[in-house]
Write a protein that binds this ligand. Structure first.
Ligand code: PYC
Length: 319
């Protein structure tokens, strides 16, 4: 018998999110980290069925909405992509908020959201505009140099923004969409080199996102432009919510932003997130951790019923 799953697709600054709104598996009542383990162990085929070709694409991020553990929260969520699972996802949270509003499940205002890496919250301003208060973010190590095959020495900061990032300012690359193939190759090589040299995030966590920066296209509209390579080798079309959070943590650690400032991060395709910080002074990391607030807009692009036909040789996706 066919398995039928209802999904809503949206995009946030060009980066797509596919949210399972009905027909998903029952993951029990544990924490989101526990439910992520269950999903990974028993339902990973759904991740690849929904995200990989022929139904999806490498750039798509998926999400399953869960009943929260704490009844005071609006929902729980697990994010996934073409190769695995994400701790948090900023563009995905904005897409999720707009999806829940579309389904009539939430109204404008503040909402708590449980994720595998901790609770976040978001404010739905209207049908499109959302601000996400992300997990506490921090710079773990500054100016880390790595020898990269074919590129020489590359130096960057390691920071946590809900995923692990290596942030590089001095790379000599042109950050434009036309140059995406070369940028992808550059970032891929850097990521491989970090793994090969045992350079990791705190507690040995793999750094699976590489983020390059350049001046913005128009300094009146943005403060910086980025290119973010995601774990499955697709680049983020949005400025990357967790990547912008990692950047804000580095800027704060360098004394370049303070509470009340607005940082406008442009993506490689020209979409913009606004970032703000709230300082957490009692931290052991340099000047401290920050709670980043990321504001962006998402738009619904489809409401569909996905059919998984057991006779289909590619029912669970290609690859
Ligand atoms: O917006 O945090 C984000 C994100 C992570 C991967 C793709 N987008």
């Amino acid at each position: 018998m066919d398995q039928v799953i209802e999904v809503v697709d949206s995009h946030t600054g060009g980066e797509p999110t596919r949210v399972i709104v009905a027909g998903g598996p029952n993951l029990g009542t544990g924490s989101m980290a526990e439910r992520l383990s269950l999903f990974r162990e028993h339902f990973d085929y759904l991740r690849s069925a929904l995200i990989r070709e022929p139904r999806g694409s490498d750039v798509l991020v998926g999400a399953i909405v869960c009943k929260p553990k704490n009844p005071a929260s609006t929902a729980g969520v697990i994010f996934f992509n073409n190769v695995g699972y994400l701790g948090m996802c900023g563009h995905g949270t904005i897409g999720l908020a707009v999806t829940l509003a579309r389904k009539g499940l939430i109204t404008p205002g503040k909402h708590e959201l449980e994720t595998p890496v901790g609770n976040v919250s978001f404010v739905l301003h209207n049908n499109h505009r959302v601000s996400v208060d992300n997990v506490a973010s921090y710079r773990y190590r500054k100016d880390v140099s790595v020898e990269v095959d074919g590129l020489g020495t590359v130096t960057g900061d390691i920071a946590w923004g809900g995923n692990w990032f290596f942030l590089v300012g001095n790379h000599g690359q042109e950050i434009t969409v036309d140059n995406a193939e070369r940028l992808t190759d550059y970032c891929h090589r850097v990521r491989e080199a970090l793994v090969a040299h045992g350079i990791a995030g705190e507690n040995g966590h793999e750094i699976d996102h590489i983020e390059l920066f350049s001046p913005p296209t128009n300094p009146e509209q943005a403060d910086s432009k980025n290119f973010v390579l995601c774990p499955g080798n697709a680049y983020d079309r949005s400025p990357c919510g967790t990547g912008t959070s990692a950047k804000l943590a580095c800027l704060y650690a360098d004394g370049k932003i303070k509470e009340g400032d607005v940082w406008r991060q442009e993506s490689v395709i020209g979409s913009i997130f606004e970032g703000r910080i709230r300082a957490l002074p009692d931290s052991t990391y340099e000047q401290g951790k920050v709670i980043p607030t990321i504001t962006g807009s998402a738009y619904i692009s489809a409401e569909s019923r996905v059919i998984i036909d057991p006779e289909d040789p590619f029912a669970h996706g290609i690859g």
